[in-house]
Every structure is written in C-alpha cells, then in structure tokens.
Design a protein around this ligand. Sequence first.
Ligand code: GRF
Length: 219
Amino acid sequence: MRRPISSLIVTNMAETGSISGTIVVLVSGCGTNLQALIDATADPAYGVRIAAVGADRDNIEGLARARRAGIPTFVCRVADFATREDWDARLASQVAAYQPQLVVLAGFMKLTGEAFLSQFGGRTVNTHPALSPSFPGIHGPQAALDYGVKVTGCTLFVVDRGVDTGPIVAQRAVDVYDDDTAELLHERIKTVERQMLVDYVGRMVRNGFSVSERKVTIS
Ligand code: GRF
C-alpha cells in the first residue's frame, strides 16, 4: 500500500533502495538549472552525483549539457506510449534504474503520475518561477506581470499530485520592474532560482530531510 507522502522520511536509504548522494535530473528545455547543478557537482564537497539526466523530448540543450558533462541520458516521450499511465510507469522505471536519493525536476514540463509518485513521492523536488501559492502553471512570470504584483520569485517544492502545490522547501523573492517583460522577468528569476536550487539540493542530499504535512525540514 502506498504511504502518504507527508510521512516519508527521506534519510532512510535502505527503505527507499537509493544510493546516497545520487540524484537524477529531469529536463525539457535549455537546462540552465541543470547546468548549475552540473557545475556544483565538480566540487566533491558539494556531495552530490548526477547519475543520469532524463527528458520527455529529444534534441534539447538540456540533454546536450548532460552529454558534454559525460552524464548518462535517457528520453521518455509521451507520444511513444499508448497511455499517459504507460509513459509514467516507464519514466519511473528509467529513473529507478539509477537508484536516486533525490529526483530533481529542473524545467521538466510534464506532470508525473501515480506510478512515478508511488516510487518517488516525497523525494522529488521541482522548481517553479513564482512565489507559490501564487501563479502556478507554466506561465508564472507572465501571470505575475498580468496581475501587477511588485514582487514575485521562485519556489522549490516537494512534488505532490497537484500543479506546483507541494510542500515548500525554499523561496526567493525578485522585484518586478515597471518596464519588465515576461522574458526579462523570467531571466532575472532564473538567476536567483539556480542559486536556490543548487543550495537546497545540496543540503537535502547531504543532510537528508523530512516532510510532515506541509512542512519540509532539512536535517
Ligand atoms: C525554470 O524557470 C523553471 O522554474 C521553469 O522552467 C525554467 C527552466 O529553465 N519550470 P532551464 O531549462 O533550467 O533553463
């Protein structure tokens, strides 16, 4: 039976069958967040090894970045499966092959499903370019501009079944300028987002963490 995500304590490697210090990163686009993680792993003190990078599409810069760094890659495309559930199950098994302690969605533009969350729920994080719970979904910077907020930012959260709704690990604020466009604002958010991601993924992997209801505590 599946345990509720909120009770899972990630530091228990034996229970999750994972390899300490190992992460898998999933991407869909240019992968600057991935690159920040790759760069950070060059320092052994960071304590994180990227075992593989997966994507839901081919021919993206995110995969090229991984290959240039000598990291194994895999592609799992929804279109190659009869059902979304089949795709989700295959994605889960491809990630599981690397026994990650933590799965990092870094600009991964698909929602994971039941099969994936039954294996990796509670130890999958995602980064979102808005201050949750405001502006979920794929147009966070544009939605913030349209609403007229003066401050937005980015959120690192533990993935649950919703769209950008999971328990919050960290947030960073970014000022909105009067002459901003969604592109300019998103680029400024991403500068902060990359630092946040590197900082907190490192801490979560090195120290372990727990999730209780909506509270994420890094040990
Ligand atoms: C990030 O802003 C992420 O929050 C969003 O998509 C962007 C990915 O950027 N979901 P990159 O591919 O890491 O450069």
